[in-house]
Structures are given as structure tokens and as C-alpha cells.
Design a protein around this ligand. Structure first.
Ligand code: NAD
Length: 503
């Protein structure tokens, strides 16, 4: 990073093993959400910048691909140690640009690190199958090979973890990688690039292009890019999926979310309220696995509302780096105002604003703060129900029966995660069977899969076939090749123009 105009540092690209010098051209501002002040510029890459990164990644591919599995695994081990040793620094970078609290940022680093640990096992993950004597003297086996230049386009809300979801498996499988991080919190990407280099990743194997749509459009069109992993909002996920598949690329595009938590009348209300408040307001609601709707079944609503309201009153909102803060600011002033407008509109549409985060004096501080809100008696058709708000606003919908709650959840266009709170194993099992969401929690409000499973939603929360990281990540970043082999044996040689049969 180097100094840019008006004395702010410039966050640059990382291409071919080094941070680039600043280039003339477009740039954006990086804010400190806790103070509301600009703290850096970020370079907005041109198509030519992207072409340089792709050329570097393409040139590095043959050597990296040929590197023995044990060496690639060893490199991931070293990266694991480096991230572990620098957890706090990475977390501080995240907090300073994203705004989430330091403990939340440390949690993000820990969940990202899991993916690097998973990738350390790549020699066994890439073991293929072997069928001896598939026919006389013929063996058949399958191998998985890397794709080439792969790309990751990532959102602002997990600037370290989501890149790790992608690059750990991609690199371990032998691909090269170009990261296009969010322009809102770009610094951690360059820091991770430097750590990868220190871990022994050869120059050009991992690259970062900063920027906006211009960089994304070129990455999606570039003929040497073989695969694209995207995480972000649903409209951009959908258009990324369409454009990249039209251009012949393999794509997994994870979109937005509206995660419901169904609370049955027999649930432990204290436990459900704790879980709802943690999942709705943690990271100021800027998590794709945040709970944004409580579905209160059969008269449980009043007790649950009161329990949630009591807990909201105790949440400490403040700068992420300040001791004792439990909820930090939102990412930008513009986003904060957009989230607040949902509360205003909900009141106009007939919802009860049970807790109004707009009223708190913290909103008058210079940072992008907004306190938690709770909306009750919300219904489908209200904008606060239909849209992903991505902020500290929790809605409660009341339904008489489990079946009506389930229909409500399944009718929503998004299906990232869903949770049920109950003491009844039979109902929980039925929910697991019925619900149309990719990740399900049973008395767990944020069911983010561990790294040896895979992460992904259903419906408009994911475009593409394969989920991210874990075994499906390995599948995404490799292609299968099946070999049918015979070794010379004079006794079996003959010309046969028929279609090969297994005899
Ligand atoms: P976003 O869609 O605005 O941006 C995501 C990425 O796409 C960024 O790198 C951005 O620079 C780029 N981008 C933005 N607009 C673009 C355009 N028009 N054309 C091309 N590229 C564009 O998302 P965000 O605001 O950074 O992140 C929040 C969203 O991400 C939420 O909707 C959240 O649910 C979602 N998210 C989903 C998951 C998941 O796993 N499903 C995980 C994290 C975040």
C-alpha cells in the first residue's frame, strides 16, 4: 500500500507476487465505519489491469500444477501457521474497514482458517478411483485435475473468510487464483496475498485485482479464466452466473438471504430468544446467515417478543475496537440510511415497531451506527419481509400452525439457511425433511457448516450446482478425467471394429 492523493494510503493490486505501484485512473474511498471518515483510497482496476493479472496467473499455472501434492499441502500448512500467528492483525484490519467488533472479526478469521486446514489434506482429497481388470488386461481409473486460472469475487461482509473459502481449495488443487475483493474493505486481501507469498506460494499463483464492475466484467469475459466463484447479493450473483456461463466458464454464485427461524410452542423461550438476538444483531445483521425473520407458532409470539426486547435493551452498540462493544456500525452511511428506511416503511405498512433503533442517540455519532430494531406482526408483501435488509432489523411473523410457518418459509424466494427451535425431535426431523433451504439449524440459529461439509443455499440464494468449500469445493476446482489403460501383451492383440465391450 502506498500514499495516494490527499494524504490517504492507496490500496493497490497484487500481481505476480508483489503489490503494484499506484496507477492513475479511477479509485474509491475506503471508510472507517466507526468514525465515518475516509481512511484510504482503493484502486479501481481497468480491463488492462485485469489482463495483467490473468497473464500472471496463466504463466504460473503449469509450474504450480506440476508441484507435488505434498509440497502444495506443506505450503497450506505454512499459510495456516501464518494466519494463526497473525489472527489479531487480520481481525484489526477487518474491524477498521468493515466495522464489526474485534471478537466477531476474530471469529471470522477462525472460520476462514478452518478452510485452510481442510485444504492441507488435499493429497487425500484428490485420491481418485481405480478399477482393475475392467476388461481383460484393461484397467480404468479416474483422476481429478485443476482447471487453470480461477477467480473469486467476494462481498464486503466477510473480507477474510469468504476469500479463504475459495482460494484455499483452489490453490491446493493446483489452480492459480485471482481475487476481486469488495471495494469497501479491500486491505485484508493484500495482507493475505503477502502471507501466501511468505508461505511459499510462487509469484503469479495468487493475485488480487481491486475495483468494481469494470474489473468484474473483464474477469467474466476473459477467455483464459476457467472458473468463477462469486459471493454477494442475489441480483449480482444472478447476472454473474449468466454472464460467466454464457462465456463458457464454470460458475458457483452465492447470493443473498432471508433466513427464517421457526419457534414452536414447546421451545425453550430463553434459549430461542438468546439465539435469535445473537443471530439477528451479531455483525449488525450484515451476515448472509443472519436470522432476519422469527416465525412464532401458535401463541408463542408475546413471550418471545418480550424476551427478545429485554435482550435487545442490553446490547452495547459502539466502535468495534472499543472494549465492551457487542455490535458495531454498518458498512457505510448510505447503507445505514437504507436499513433505517425499512423501519420507517414497515410502520407505514402496518407492522408494529416494537423496538425502534432509529430513535437512539448513537445515530447522531459520526460513525455509521444504527441500533437494533424489532418489528412485530410482519406479513408477506411488506417490504421489510420480502427484501433482504442486511442490517440490525428483526421481523416477527405470527402463524397459528407449523404447516403455515413452513409454507411461509418455503414460499420465500431465498433459501440460504433456516432454523427450528423445539423440544420435539419428531417435529425437528419433519422440518429438516420439508424445509427448502440449503443449511438447516435444529436449535442452532446460525448453521454455517464446518469446513469438511460444504456451504450453500437453495433457490435464489445460489446459482450453479456446487456449493462452496469442503468436498464440493474440491469438486468445483477440479475436473475429472477417466483413463482406460492396457499395456502391450502380444497374446491379446487383434483388430476388432466392433464397439468395445467388457469381456
Ligand atoms: P454485492 O453484490 O454488492 O458485491 C459483491 C461483489 O460483487 C463485490 O466484489 C462487488 O464489487 C461486486 N459487484 C457489485 N456490484 C456489481 C455489479 N453491478 N457488477 C459486477 N460486480 C459487482 O454484495 P455486498 O454488498 O458486497 O455483500 C452483501 C451481500 O452478499 C448480501 O446480499 C449477502 O447476503 C451476500 N452474501 C451472501 C453469502 C452467501 O454465502 N450466500 C455470503 C456473504 C454475503
Amino acid at each position: 500500500m502506498i500514499e495516494g492523493a490527499i494524504g490517504l494510503r492507496m490500496v493497490t493490486n497484487w500481481i505476480g507476487g508483489k503489490a503494484e505501484d499506484s496507477r492513475a485512473g479511477r479509485s474509491g474511498l475506503v471508510w472507517d465505519p466507526a468514525t465515518g471518515e475516509a481512511q484510504a483510497h482503493v484502486h479501481f482496476s481497468t480491463a488492462e489491469d485485469v489482463d495483467c493479472a490473468v497473464a500472471a496467473a496463466k504463466a504460473a499455472f503449469p509450474g504450480w500444477r506440476a508441484t507435488p501434492l505434498s509440497r502444495r499441502s506443506e505450503t497450506m500448512f505454512r499459510m495456516r501457521e501464518l494466519v494463526d500467528r497473525n489472527r489479531r492483525h487480520i481481525a484489526e484490519l477487518i474491524t477498521s474497514e468493515h466495522g464489526k467488533t474485534l471478537s466477531d472479526a476474530l471469529g471470522e478469521v477462525a472460520r476462514g482458517l478452518e478452510n485452510i486446514e481442510f485444504a492441507c489434506g488435499v493429497p487425500s482429497l484428490l485420491k481418485g478411483g481405480y478399477s482393475e481388470q475392467a476388461s481383460r488386461g484393461i484397467d480404468v481409473y479416474q483422476i481429478r485435475q485443476p482447471l487453470g486460472v480461477t477467480v473469486g469475487i467476494t462481498p464486503f461482509n466477510f473480507p477474510a473468510m469468504v476469500p479463504m473459502w475459495m482460494f484455499a481449495n483452489s490453490l491446493a488443487c493446483g489452480n492459480t487464483f485471482i481475487l476481486k475483493p469488495s471495494e469497501k474493505d479491500p486491505s485484508v486481501s493484500v495482507y493475505l496475498a503477502a502471507l501466501l507469498r511468505e508461505a511459499g506460494v510462487p509469484d503469479g499463483v495468487f493475485n488480487v485485482v481491486q475495483g468494481d464492475r469494470v474489473a468484474v466484467d473483464r474477469l467474466l469475459a476473459h477467455p483464459d479464466v476457467k472458473a468463477v466463484s462469486f459471493v454477494g447479493s442475489t441480483p449480482v450473483a444472478k447476472s454473474t452466473y449468466r454472464t460467466a456461463t454464457d462465456n463458457g466458464k464454470r460458475v458457483q454464485a452465492l447470493g443473498g438471504a432471508k433466513n427464517h427461524m421457526l419457534v414452536m410452542p414447546d421451545a425453550d423461550i430463553g434459549m430461542a430468544a438468546d439465539a435469535a438476538v445473537s443471530a439477528a444483531y451479531g455483525s449488525a445483521g450484515e451476515r448472509c446467515m443472519a436470522i432476519s425473520v422469527i416465525v412464532a407458532v401458535g401463541g408463542v409470539g408475546n413471550r418471545l417478543r418480550d424476551a427478545i426486547r429485554d435482550r435487545i435493551a442490553r446490547i452495547k452498540t459502539g466502535p468495534g475496537l472499543e472494549d465492551g462493544s457487542e455490535m458495531g456500525p454498518l458498512i457505510t452511511g448510505e447503507h445505514r440510511d437504507r436499513v433505517a428506511s425499512y423501519v420507517t416503511q414497515a410502520a407505514g405498512e402496518g407492522a408494529d415497531v416494537t423496538v425502534d433503533g432509529r430513535q437512539d442517540p448513537i445515530r447522531r455519532r459520526p460513525g455509521f451506527f444504527l441500533k437494533p430494531s424489532l418489528l412485530d406482526n410482519v406479513k408477506p408483501g411488506m417490504r421489510c419481509y420480502d427484501d433482504e435488509i442486511f442490517g440490525p432489523v428483526l421481523s416477527m411473523v405470527r402463524v397459528p400452525t407449523y404447516e403455515q410457518g413452513l409454507t411461509l418459509i418455503n414460499d420465500h424466494p431465498m433459501g440460504n439457511g433456516a432454523a427450528i427451535f423445539t423440544r420435539d425431535g419428531g417435529v425437528a426431523r419433519q422440518f429438516q425433511f420439508d424445509v427448502e433451504a440449503g443449511m438447516v439449524g435444529i436449535n442452532v440459529s446460525i448453521p454455517v457448516p464446518v469446513s469438511y461439509y460444504s456451504f450453500g443455499g437453495w433457490k435464489a440464494s445460489l446459482f450453479g450446482d456446487l456449493h462452496m468449500y469442503g468436498p464440493e469445493g474440491v469438486q468445483f476446482y477440479t475436473k475429472a478425467k477417466v483413463v482406460t489403460a492396457r499395456w502391450p501383451d502380444a497374446s491379446s492383440g487383434q483388430v476388432d471394429l466392433g464397439f468395445p465391450q467388457n469381456r
